[in-house]
Design a protein around this ligand. Structure first.
Ligand code: NAP
Length: 275
């Protein structure tokens, strides 16, 4: 640890009851022999929760829905990639009272993609224009890939595309898009709506790789159809594990046990849902 005392880490979000972050992070910290605990906190008042980081004190915090953007004004410093994305999912209580924000979602996504393909010089159709889409556009560009945005609501998609200087297509025009990889950053297909897919079945096979950021279920309807069409399917588990692993690196300065983290989350998903 960067500090020798027993440490407390937390997740701030609402809701947090079904989050797998406590399971994953506690397994990692335990395996690393770090005297620390990680707990989920359902936050109603963000300002009050931020004050608690300093008072308790908490060494590090994961930030999730709906606070990833709202948290930014409360931080003393925001790392450049998080600033560009406009979202913070990780807070490090650097030293007493000083809070620094990071975004590890984009790192999680590119690390996971890189296990299946080389991003450089490939094209990516990114479905959605929310926080995860922003992380995707940033990450793909960082690694030399070419993103295009596809979104249901044109105004939101156009705004994001303009901000990052990338093309935009309304979802209705997806048939006209040629890309190596499709990345679903919408929640369509997430449990309990397992039968839904954000795309018409006949379009899915146009993409050599199809990534779904959803990890519950592990095999979404979109990924089932992608496999049936002969594409390589990538679920959101790897992204989740790698974004969490990067949080541990930031908080501890040490290398996390990525495979243990993956195993505990996978086992829990299998136990709960019989994947
Ligand atoms: P968000 O900011 O709310 O954005 C959601 C996007 O999905 C919006 O652009 C929205 O389009 C689109 N959308 C929603 N419902 C739709 C529908 N029925 N048809 C077409 N488009 C629809 O959400 P987010 O924070 O980016 O999260 C998105 C997903 O990523 C969630 O499922 C989350 O669990 C997942 N995620 C996974 C990881 C991981 O580690 N694996 C990390 C972060 C997030 P409009 O603009 O038209 O409303």
């Amino acid at each position: 640890m960067r500090n020798a005392a027993p440490a407390v880490f937390a997740l701030f979000g609402n809701p947090v009851a079904h989050s797998l972050s406590p399971l994953m992070h506690n397994a990692a910290l335990q395996k690393m022999g770090i005297d620390a605990t990680y707990c989920a906190c359902r936050v109603e008042d963000l300002e009050e929760a931020i004050e608690k980081i300093k008072k308790l004190p908490l060494r590090g915090v994961s930030v999730t829905i709906p606070f990833k953007t709202a948290v930014i004004p409360y931080l003393d410093e925001v790392e450049a990639s998080a600033q560009a994305i406009g979202a913070v999912n990780t807070i490090w209580h650097e030293h007493t009272g000083r809070l620094k924000g990071y975004n590890t979602d984009w790192i999680g996504m590119v690390r996971d993609l890189e296990e299946s393909l080389e991003i450089k010089k490939k094209s990516f159709a990114i479905l959605g224009a929310g926080g995860t889409a922003r992380a995707a556009v940033f990450g793909i560009r960082q690694r030399g890939g070419t993103p295009v945005i596809v979104n249901r609501t044109p105004e939101r998609g156009e705004k994001l595309a303009k901000e990052f200087g990338v093309p935009f297509y309304p979802l209705a025009q997806i048939k006209g898009i040629k890309a190596d990889c499709l990345i679903n950053t919408t929640p369509v297909g997430m449990a309990p709506d397992r039968e839904r897919s954000p795309l018409a079945r006949e379009i899915v096979g146009r993409f050599r790789w199809v990534m779904d950021c959803i990890y519950n279920p592990l095999k979404t309807q979109l990924l089932k159809e992608a496999e049936e069409a002969g594409s390589t399917a990538i679920n959101g588990l790897g992204m989740f594990v790698h974004q969490g692993a990067e949080q541990i690196r930031i908080w501890t300065g040490k290398e996390p046990p990525v495979e243990i983290m993956r195993e505990v989350v996978l086992a829990k998903l299998k136990e709960d849902h019989g994947h």
